[in-house]
Design a protein around this ligand. Structure first.
Ligand SMILES: Cc1cc2nc3c(=O)[nH]c(=O)nc-3n(C[C@H](O)[C@H](O)[C@H](O)COP(=O)(O)OP(=O)(O)OC[C@H]3O[C@@H](n4cnc5c(N)ncnc54)[C@H](O)[C@@H]3O)c2cc1C
Length: 304
């Protein structure tokens, strides 16, 4: 079947928007990444299940993208369907201390919603530029608070199209890790908050954003921390000690402001970033015998 035939067939099965050969650089905060064969924005849950059914029938791989803020996409892009839930899955609802949110909602919008409702618990996550689904998958956290602390349950669809609800106690959540099934699409989640004071919560959010502006190179595209924190230390400190701050390969540079950030100074490629990653890992290992593990997720690097 030609790709045009496949597209026509997909259009019959799916109601949401379908883009072909869509450059993923436009969907990642690093502004790096080649094209996805198909970039699909399902209209609702039924439509999402139709895309999943279609991908299974046609033997196409699926990948769900959030805001692409923890993602390095290869320069060749992704052969398959990238699912984007940011159009349809962005609802919020509060009932007492419980808040339900769609996975495509920006985490920052959820923080604002909770503050408006005088609900305390996630205001220190302000400034993390992901969406709710990506924040759950990564167990995003900052300033001593993690998504895991507030999560009650997640609802997801697996790649057989089955809808599941999984409670927090059944999910292993550690530092930047969740053991949810790799092929599952999170569609919504519930969080449990505490009662708070709107003024105080807003102040905490502003202080948090200020600290981020002071410490992080926010004027250039990045994916936040590239490496996980090694036990008992900070990746940024180790990298700084190796003297690699400011090292540049192509247009990718180890930030002079925060050594665990790699910034895109213009037209960096995924290969530039990976070469810097290797250089950092090698030097840190040589100097400290510490193996830095990637926090960022990779897409499109496997040979198939
Ligand atoms: C400037 C900057 C600062 C940052 N600061 C922090 C920080 O303080 N703390 C922190 O933890 N992170 C931080 N990050 C990293 C990033 O924002 C978080 O990891 C965030 O949670 C990723 O969310 P996302 O929606 O962008 O996910 P993406 O990067 O799009 O995807 C990440 C992973 O989540 C999966 N995923 C996304 N949505 C879904 C879904 N609906 N269902 C299933 N899987 C899904 C993807 O498949 C992928 O595996 C920062 C990034 C930047 C650019």
């Amino acid at each position: 079947m030609t790709s045009m035939d496949l597209l026509n067939k997909m259009k019959q099965a799916v109601r949401g928007g379908i883009l072909t050969r869509e450059p993923l650089a436009g969907h990642t905060t690093w502004r790096i990444g080649g094209p996805a064969d198909f970039y699909v924005s399902p209209k609702d849950l039924e439509d999402l299940r139709s895309v999943i059914d279609f991908s299974r029938q046609e033997g196409l791989r699926c990948f769900v993208i959030g805001r692409g803020s923890n993602l390095l996409v290869s320069d060749e892009g992704f052969r398959g369907i990238v699912l984007d839930l940011s159009e349809a899955f962005r609802h919020t609802a509060a009932s007492g201390l419980r808040v339900t949110a769609g996975s495509g909602l920006l985490l920052g919008d959820l923080v604002d919603f909770c503050i408006r409702k005088r609900l305390k618990g996630i205001e220190k996550l302000a400034g993390i530029p992901g969406c709710v689904g990506g924040a759950i998958r990564m167990n995003a956290g900052a300033f001593g608070v993690e998504v895991a602390d507030r999560l009650e349950w997640v609802r997801l669809v697996d790649f057989s199209g089955t809808l599941l609800q999984i409670h927090r106690e059944q999910i292993l959540m550690k530092y930047r890790f969740t053991d949810l099934p790799a092929d599952a699409v999170i569609i919504e989640a519930e969080f449990r908050m505490e009662r708070g004071d709107a003024g105080e919560l807003a102040r905490t959010r502003e202080e948090t954003l200020k600290k981020r502006r002071e410490k992080q190179p926010l004027s250039l595209p990045s994916a936040g921390s590239v490496f996980k924190r090694p036990a008992g230390d900070y990746a940024g400190r180790l990298i700084e000690e190796t003297g690699l701050k400011g090292l540049r390969i192509g247009d990718a540079m180890i930030s002079k402001k925060h050594a665990n950030f790699i910034v895109n100074c213009g037209f960096a490629t995924a290969v530039d970033v990976l070469r810097l990653v290797e250089e950092v890992q090698e030097r840190v290992h040589r100097m400290f015998q510490v193996d830095l593990e990637l926090e960022i997720q990779l897409l499109g690097f496997d040979p198939s």
